[in-house]
Design a protein around this ligand. Structure first.
Ligand SMILES: Nc1ncnc2c1ncn2[C@@H]1O[C@H](COP(=O)(O)OP(=O)(O)O)[C@@H](O)[C@H]1O
Ligand SMILES: [Mg+2]
Length: 289
């Protein structure tokens, strides 16, 4: 079957026998080569900024053990994906509401279990995730850092891979290594780059140019510059206060950057994507995992 045929098949809603349009949900995996470059902060604050633009946002903490997205947002989820996998809860019952109305899908150890499910369990999970489709414009995934991570499949399944790096040479090198592995091993050839913790935009653009120059020479990939977030003491302050930056410090430089990033991503939102709808996303996870 050709790619278009597969996509049409995937978008067919078997429950009603109707062929639905490709869903408007955009799945973005936020990832990095090196740890500690700001992924979790980006997911939390970009999520908040998108929500304040009126977008329906869901975030998934897929960084097993180190994610702490819930703590960052001052939330204490009672249940997680494990409860859904073991039929103790419906997916709707595990979702918690965060600042600005964004929704958090707590995953915890359920993330590791996803890779070991039987076909029946996979079908159940896909069907449950499918019921959330109407409630999302964006699904942001906070992934673990690195190339040997057991959540690499999230990057492959997502529509967009948002690579976060800081301007430090070690972080840039690791971002390059991540994109190299994703392109050679998983045939991913398009990446979005966000540079976090810079003094100004021109510093971020320099990092972008450096990465592009090397990638153009050695890899067959395209890197899109999606924006920068300045180094700003309110980021750490907001972490300590367990709140989104734009909620407590709306006038801060970092908050301005997140709003700008959210606007840029929401103008691109709505593009029909070759990786299909949200159900297709979960199916791809199981194919790759
Ligand atoms: N733009 C920024 N300005 C200042 N500090 C930041 C910024 N982004 C992240 N940090 C700090 O860097 C640390 C790591 O951020 P975190 O989001 O947990 O990284 P990761 O999820 O990639 O491991 C945190 O202490 C956070 O407060
Ligand atoms: Mg993190």
């Amino acid at each position: 079957m050709d790619q278009a045929g597969t996509l049409r098949k995937m978008t067919r809603r078997d429950d009603r026998g109707k062929v639905a349009a490709v869903s408007g949900v955009k799945v973005i995996a936020v990832t990095s080569g090196k740890g500690g470059v700001g992924k979790t902060n980006v997911v939390a604050n970009l999520g908040y900024a998108l929500a304040t633009l009126g977008k329906k946002v869901m975030v998934l903490d897929a960084d097993l053990g180190l994610g702490n997205l819930d703590i960052l947002l001052g939330l204490t989820p009672k249940y997680n994906l494990t409860d859904v996998i073991h039929h103790r809860k419906k997916v709707r019952e595990i979702i918690v509401e965060g600042p600005g109305g964004m929704k958090i899908l707590p995953a915890s150890s359920g993330i590791q279990e996803v890779t070991h499910l039987s076909n029946g369990e996979k079908r159940n999970l896909i069907a449950q995730m499918d019921t959330l489709e109407e409630e999302m414009d964006f699904l942001l995934i906070d992934t673990a850092a690195g190339i040997s991570s057991n959540v690499m499949f999230f990057n492959v399944a997502a529509h967009d891979i948002l690579v976060v790096t800081s301007p430090e040479p070690t972080a840039i090198t690791d971002a390059y290594a991540l994109m190299k592995v994703m392109s050679t091993r998983y045939s991913e050839n398009r990446f979005q780059l966000l540079i976090n913790g810079v003094r100004c935009e021109s510093e971020a653009k320099d990092v972008y140019k450096k990465l592009c120059t090397v990638a153009d020479r050695f890899l067959n990939i395209a890197i899109d510059y999606v924006g920068h977030i300045v180094q700003d003491p309110v980021v750490t302050r907001a972490v300590r206060e367990q709140t989104a930056i734009s909620q407590r410090y709306p006038g801060s430089p970092a908050s301005t950057c997140f709003r700008r990033l959210a606007r840029a991503l929401s103008t691109r939102h709505g593009e029909v994507h070759p990786k299909g709808n949200i159900q297709f996303f979960w199916k791809r996870i199981f194919q790759v995992a």
